[in-house]
Structures are given as C-alpha cells and as structure tokens.
Design a protein around this ligand. Structure first.
Ligand code: KE4
Length: 430
C-alpha cells in the first residue's frame, strides 16, 4: 500500500496559503473523499509523487499531454525559444505559424485569436457572438463546462458539478438570467427556447462531445439540428473544443461529424502543456474583434513565444507520429481490455470511448446526459479510484471527468492498467 505522508504534509501547508490548498478545485480530490497527492515529476505516461509512488497517468494534465508528459521535442523547442526571450508583448512569428496551423487543421476557422486559457477562449467567443449579433441571450447545456466564465457557470459541469456548485455564487442574477440552460440531447427543449426568444439568442455554446459530465455523445442528428436551427435564427453556433480539439481528430469533433460551427473555442493540446487557449471561426465574425472591430479583448501573455512554440512543436509531433490514428489504436486496446474484464465479471457497466478519451460509468444504464450520470454509483467510483491509485494507475478524481490516453501509453502500460483495473473493479463492485 503506497504511503503519501509527504503529500499530506504539503497539502496541510498548501491550505494555509492557497484556498482549499489547490489552484483548481477538481485537484482537491473532494469528490473522492480524500487528499490529493503532490506530484514530483512526470515523463511520458508516468508520474511520480513526492513520496516516490509511480503511477500511470490517465489525466494527462486534463488533456494537454497528448504526446505524454515532457516530450523531448517540446522541451528542446521551448528551451531554445527561451534563449531568444521569454515574453515580448510584441507580435512574433510564432503567432503566425500556430495561427496558420490551426486554420489549416480546422477548416471552419478562417481567423484565430490566441489567449491564455480555455476560459478566456469561451468567454470571448460569447462576447464576440453578442457583439456580432447585437443580442444578449445565450444557450448552454446542463453539464457542459466551458471554464469559469460568469455567464457559463450556470448548470456547469467538471469541477463545478463535482463540488455540487453548478451555479456558482458570485454570478449576478441579472447576468445568469441571460443564460438559457437546456438538457443535452433534447431538440424539443431547444425548439421551445427559440419559440420563446429566438431573435434574442446570440449564441448556442456546447461541447459537441460533452466531456465534463463524464463523456457523453450527441444523439444521431442532434448536432445537425443545432446547426440548422442556429442558421435559421441567425444565432452563432459555438463548439467548445478546448478538450476535444486536436485530440479526437486533427480537426476535432467537427471533422468527425462533418458539421461546421461559426466559432470554435480551443486550448490544451495547442499549448503543449503551457497556458494557451484560442478561439476562431468565420473571418466575418472574427473581424468584429479589436483592434479593427468593436468587440474588445486583450491579453498581456497572449501569443507568448514559449507557449506558441510548445503548441507548434506538439502539433508537428502529432503529424510526424501519425498521432491521431495511433491514439485511436491505443484507445481501442484500452477499451478491449476493460470490456474483457467486465465480461469476466459479468458486469455490463457503461463504457464510453472515442479515440483517446473515455469514461467508465458505474451504471449499466444508457448514459445520454448529465442527469443520467447523476444516477450512477458514486460510492463504487470512489472505491474504484482509490483501489486503482493504490495499484499505480491514476484516473481522474471525479466521476464527472473523462480519461485521457497519450501516445506514450505503451503495451506494458496497457497491460499494467488492465491488471490494475481488474483489481480496482473487484474492490469497487464486491
Ligand atoms: P481552462 O480555463 O481550465 O483552461 O479551460 C476551461 C475549459 C473550457 N472548455 C472545456 C470543454 C473544458 O473542459 C475546460 C476545462 N477542462 C477542465 C477539465 N474538465 C480543466 C480542469 C480544471 O478545471 O482544473
């Protein structure tokens, strides 16, 4: 049984000076009723905590570590760039290179603005949609998480849902009233919202594959329905691909489903682990942005050369390694392994996987939206999480989060993962 004494000591110290001892709530392990471990280092698919425990990592810093942790190519490129300067606040050529790559990878993106987080990306995308349409209302879906944007912290997923605070304190009621929150996968609810206030709706924003309430999938035709109804009403359709972008396909979910949003929020993978977000889309809309247009947005560290170079290098590595196909192969191996265990155990738990993202629900029911996820067995999940961690496999510390596989998850890692998962499932379900 691993000991985590130094992590406990550090957590006590952290709580004296950092709210909740963490800089992002989901890291506090509240939803698994425990204390977080503190990381010492990470390389490839492995992480080591300060007590020396080694783990196979399926969180991957919540998505950015698509190659695995600390890929040599990214380290070398960032080290080299750092010698030229760490931050400029002046246009630099790296910004053009990554912008061109994003426009090339994601055809719906004709122009893109780099920011420093997914939150900034979604926040500005809805401001831009409001400025472009002159309308105030937005539609989001229960369980979708778009970062801690005031307007979007309504029935939000991820850490907000994990902590049971999907409607955060501090968001003015007058602002929240402009956000219409609907159940995912229910077209009739969207039709009713447009019947009631269609010409007031600036945007619909959604994760096309919601991955902040576990991992759920749109019903056949739901995304096309959203595309059609937003076209009809002159509403901006925003795909939040901060997690799915550049991971599930080179062009994200919109490439997989063949649906073109008006704007896309991006992040994580394109930062190579450094703080990066981006939003982009139709030039006609993007040109409403300052300095040429009336919608203001800015950022001291936007386009930071180290972050740009990290993202460029990570994307180029994915190209060089045929990363998207390989990730799906590794993801299939993972899925086959887990389904094999479930068959052995005679338990038909619901497992959702697409490419390198997955979620194992402690339920044998169909999972279509966050309400279904709320009915799953959280006690079993908690037991599973800790049993897997004690076997050296780190899954996300919340039933509302997805898992991430990287190119560095090899055969041996997969074998160890399946063995650990078998033991953890027996502990959780016995
Ligand atoms: P950031 O501001 O955390 O960079 O991105 C916000 C965001 C926006 N959109 C989607 C679809 C996201 O998943 C996220 C953030 N993802 C969570 C993980 N579910 C970040 C983990 C955390 O909050 O610590």
């Amino acid at each position: 049984m691993p000991t985590r004494d130094l992590s406990s000591k550090l957590f006590r110290a952290a709580k004296e000076v950092i709210p909740g001892g963490v800089n992002s709530p989901v890291r506090a392990f509240k939803s698994v009723d425990g204390e977080p471990f503190f990381v010492q280092r990470a390389r490839g698919c492995r992480i080591w905590d300060v007590d020396g425990n080694e783990m196979i990592d399926y969180v991957g810093t919540w998505g950015p570590a698509i190659l695995g942790h600390a890929p040599s190519a990214v380290i070398d490129a960032v080290s080299h760039a750092a010698k030229e300067g760490i931050s400029f606040g002046i246009p630099n050529r790296h910004e053009i290179e990554i912008a061109r790559m994003i426009c090339d990878y994601v055809p719906s993106v004709e122009k893109v603005r780099m920011v420093n987080s997914g939150t900034e990306a979604t926040m500005t995308a809805i401001r831009l949609a409001r400025g472009y349409t002159g309308r105030d209302k937005i539609i989001k879906f229960e369980g979708c998480y778009h970062g801690h944007v005031d307007s979007l912290l309504v029935a939000a997923g991820s850490g907000a849902l994990t902590l049971g605070t999907p409607d955060s304190a501090g968001v003015p009621k007058d602002l929240a009233r402009l956000t219409i929150t609907l159940p995912f996968n229910q077209p009739e609810a969207v039709e009713e919202a447009f019947r009631e206030c269609g010409d007031e709706i600036a945007a619909i924003i959604l994760e096309p594959y919601p991955a902040n309430a576990g991992l759920v999938f749109p019903k056949e035709g739901f995304l096309q329905f959203l595309r059609d109804i937003t076209e009809k009403h002159g509403t901006v359709l925003i795909f939040d691909e901060v997690m799915t972008g550049f991971r599930l396909a080179k062009g994200g979910v919109q490439e997989l489903v063949g649906i073109t949003p008006d704007l896309t929020a991006m992040g994580k993978v394109i930062g190579g682990g450094l703080p990066v977000g981006a939003f982009g889309g139709k030039a006609e809309i993007m040109d409403y942005l300052a300095p040429d247009g009336p919608v203001y947005q800015a950022g001291t560290l936007s386009g930071n050369p180290l972050a740009m170079v990290a993202g460029i290098t990570q994307l180029k590595e994915m190209e060089r390694l045929d990363g998207w196909n390989r990730l799906d192969q590794i993801g299939q191996q993972f899925e086959d392994g887990v389904r094999g265990i479930l068959r052995e155990m005679g338990r038909d738990l619901t497992l959702h996987r697409v490419g390198s993202m997955f979620c194992l629900f402690f339920s044998e029911e169909e999972i279509l939206n966050v309400d279904d996820v709320k009915k799953t067995d959280f006690d079993a999940f908690r037991k599973f999480f800790w049993a897997a961690l004690d076997e050296g496999v780190y899954f996300a510390p919340s039933a509302y989060e997805a898992g991430f596989i990287s190119l560095s998850h090899g055969e041996g890692d997969m074998e160890k993962t399946v063995d650990a998962t078998r033991k953890a499932l027996k502990a959780a379900l016995s």
